[in-house]
Design a binder for this molecule. Sequence first.
Ligand code: PHE
Length: 341
Amino acid sequence: MLKQLEQIRKDALAELENTQIQDELHQWRSKNLGNKSPLMGVFTEMRDLSKEERPKVGKLANEVRQALEAALEQKQAALKLAALQSSLDTEKLDVTLPGRTISRGRLHPVTQTLRRIYAIFAEMGFQVYRSREVESDDYNFTFLNMPAHHPARDMWDTFYTDKEGVILRTHTSPGQIHAMREYHPDPIRVILPGMCFRYEQVSTRAEMQFTQVEGLAVGYNITFGDLKGTLTDFARRLFDADVRTRFRASHFPFTEPSAEMDVECFICGGEGCSVCKQTGWLEILGSGMVHPNVLRYGGYDPEEYSGYAFGMGPERITMLLHQIEDIRYFWRNDLRFLEQF
Ligand code: PHE
């Protein structure tokens, strides 16, 4: 058997020596080291040997196996090197050619606006709170003071799913309830950014999918003055240090009282132009004092706590900042548009 092993070693190494193609190494391996190889056969037959013989044969068999494995590895490396060498010899490489410039990516214009908004609110002590895009009907409507069949639900054209009561959120406001339920009875100061979805006819001003940034503050003695001060300061930081703002009475089921905030048109300085539709003002967000029912759904006693909330559309703000006239550019994936920002 010892002799047989030596023969196995000799044959296998000789065969390997003659192999010049990388693919053939695979075959060599299964033939000489695989389960059905003569070498492995020896390992099996060893069981029938006497106690004296077995260790000797075993030792040599292991040696042969290691030798074959080492030889294979060496051969693999050698063939690889040879392949590289031959490709260098045959294919010309001009190291003096100038390199190709790598085109740098950039952030989507709406992402840039979002980050500016985060930075401004971060300075004012607001944390970012993220919540889900797929919501229950309760969070999107009921807990926001819009019970089933409430006509105000018509303000939001909703995508429903096959699952009863499961919808795509139409605004970031359901995040208010998530935040309140997580933090009550502690005070809250958060912004809630994210994607919203509406079953809407796409037009220059409306998309089916868009981002919003919601804001929520809940605590003791929070007043409408706090709301106005915070949002006016936000507008100054985002647009211009002396931009004028105004609040117009409005209605949302989840805030009372409610207001929309306009900023003075920075295109015409308030004179009236096509961007502000000759009014001199641009609407940028909806807001109001959190409705007592909403506070209650969130776990806060409205007798003790008060709060304000607001919601803005970063696409719309980006359109105003850069005088973009069609909201559909944001999803069109046209580099000629995207590369301008
Ligand atoms: N969720 C409202 C909308 O999508 C905006 C809003 C948020 C208004 C918070 C008031 C308070 O239109």
